[in-house]
Design a protein around this ligand. Structure first.
Ligand code: TTP
Ligand code: MG
Length: 361
């Protein structure tokens, strides 16, 4: 049985801005682009969330909901610097760290010797160390796997933590809504609801064969997840190899024209994400991904070394569509990066560091 901690900073960008501008304390604050330039919010603090202000909302809508909202510009360099500090804290406890974003990571503390290997106490110490180093609060989820740890970190947010012990898993997942399962987005959730499936307990009533039939290969994972089982490892130092956005459509797209109509919106979102990500490696190729209504998928890529343009995706999309010409449930566009093979020396260093702090050897 492993011990996994999921750490997630509270309203991260907004919290950093409030910390650095004390006059904002207690006021509703959001971080994003201004409304006269059709900006969107990256996030908002909890005071602003009381008004219904949310991540990815247009700034103009947010100001309608909360006219006294204080809008701060984004400052990625600062958030990256804070991110480095919280990673220093993580490394005091384990070397097995998988970052998900600047403010979120999984830690495998199964072999951490501190606090008699009590993961709840380790999480609490991590949060205290983060606060001492950054004056920012984090929330944590502690569980035997990644799936449950991530859900648990939301349970006592902000500035709280929640532990799901092995003996509590059954009770915990039974009442868990299907939309909490990774891979179940709005569209899949709506379809499940239409079939009377609302919680993991409902999913548990379906046999593996039935889940396979309804959801293809993914059905097997779904069978496990509905029981709180998740064998995914915490993947250390995963280098970004691609960047993409995808969308599942409420109604299947039934022609290549319908697919192409969806492209501008997808491309815009992709550019938005590309603009706020610092790529560590050069671009190698552009690609499109299509998932058909029968859950088969195809991807098609083309070499390119520059920021890809919309027309490149359009021609890839056309070609990929006609490989099957079936109804389409999901479209994705993205780029692949030229990540160099790791050199021997790096591997050696990694091996050495695995005998560092927190190991039992
Ligand atoms: P989240 O951890 O999803 O959100 P959060 O930290 O602001 O709030 P919470 O307390 O609920 O964890 O995202 C981390 C940061 O990523 C967030 O502060 C801003 C950025 N972000 C965006 O830029 N766009 C988005 O759509 C989302 C969801 C987050
Ligand atoms: Mg967060």
């Amino acid at each position: 049985m492993r011990k996994i901690i999921h750490i997630d900073m509270d309203c991260f960008y907004a919290a950093v801005e409030v910390r650095d501008h004390p006059r904002l304390r207690g006021l509703p604050v959001a971080v994003g682009g201004s409304s006269d330039r059709r900006g969107v919010l990256t996030t908002a603090n909890y005071e602003a969330r009381k008004f219904g202000v949310r991540s990815a909302m247009s700034t103009s809508k947010a100001l309608r909901l909360c006219p006294q909202l204080v809008l701060m510009p984004v400052n990625f360099d600062k958030y990256r610097a804070v991110s480095r500090l919280i990673h220093e804290v993580f490394r005091e406890f384990t070397t097995i760290i998988q970052p998900l974003s600047l403010d979120e990571a999984y830690l495998d503390v199964s072999d951490c010797d501190l606090f008699e290997n009590n993961a709840t106490k380790i999480a609490s110490a991590i949060r205290q160390r983060i606060y001492a180093k950054t004056q920012l609060t984090a929330s944590a989820g502690i569980a035997p796997n990644k799936f449950l740890a991530k859900i648990a970190s939301d349970w006592r947010k902000p500035n709280g933590q929640f532990t799901i012990a092995p003996a509590q898993i059954d009770d915990f997942v039974r009442t868990l809504p299907v939309e909490k399962i990774p891979g179940v987005g709005k569209v899949t959730a709506a379809k499940m609801h239409a079939q009377g499936l609302y919680t993991c307990a409902d999913l548990q009533l379906l046999s593996l064969t039935e889940l396979n039939h309804r959801y293809g290969k993914w059905g097997e994972q779904l069978f496990d997840l509905a029981r709180g089982i998740d064998a995914r490892r915490v993947v250390v130092d995963r280098q970004r190899k691609s960047l993409s956005v995808e969308n599942t459509y409420a109604r299947d797209l039934v022609s290549v024209e319908e697919c192409l109509e969806k492209l501008p919106r997808l491309f815009k979102e992709f550019r938005r994400r590309l603009d706020r990500t610092s790529l560590e490696h050069p671009i190698k190729a552009s690609f499109v991904k299509i998932k058909f209504s029968d859950f088969t998928a195809t991807t098609l890529e083309r070499s390119s070394f520059n920021n890809p343009q919309e027309d490149v995706f359009a021609s890839l999309l056309r070609e990929a569509y006609f490989r099957a010409a079936k109804p389409v449930r999901l479209l994705g566009v993205g780029i692949r990066l030229a990540v160099p093979e790791r050199r021997q020396r790096d591997l050696q260093l990694e091996f050495d560091s695995s005998f560092g702090f927190g190991s039992t050897s």
